[in-house]
Design a protein around this ligand. Sequence first.
Ligand SMILES: [Zn+2]
Length: 130
Amino acid sequence: MTTCAVKFCDNKMSLTKNISYFRFPSDPLRCKQWMEKCQTEHLLKKDATILYKNYRVCGVHFEDKMFLNPNSRNRLTMNAVPTIFSAGILMKREMEKKSEEEKEKKLEEEKQMREFEAQVAMASWQYQKK
Ligand SMILES: [Zn+2]
C-alpha cells in the first residue's frame, strides 16, 4: 500500500484517486532536499535507492509550477521540490517539536537534580569523615 512519505500527511494512494504519487529523486542531493522539506527524519538513514524504490510523496505538496502538466498534475519538472504543507501538518510538526523540547528540558532538570544529590551525598560523606 502506498502512503505519502511526508510526516503527518495521511494521504494514501488507495483513498485519493485524483492525486499522483511521486518517487523520491534518484539523485542523492535532490533526494536529500526532498527529505528536508518533508521532514522525514525517520527516513534519513535509508539510502536514496531505497527511498526511490519504496517511498512516494503525494501531489498535494507541489506547487502548480512544479508540474510539467499543471492540469493533470502527474508529471513533475526536473527540479521540482515539495514545498506545500497543510496547516494541519505544520501544526503537528510544531507540537512535536515542542513536546521534544519539553522532554529535553525535563531530562536536563533531572540531570541537574541528580548532580545536586550527588553533591549533597558527597558533602555529607565528607562531613561524616571529619
Ligand atoms: Zn502527502
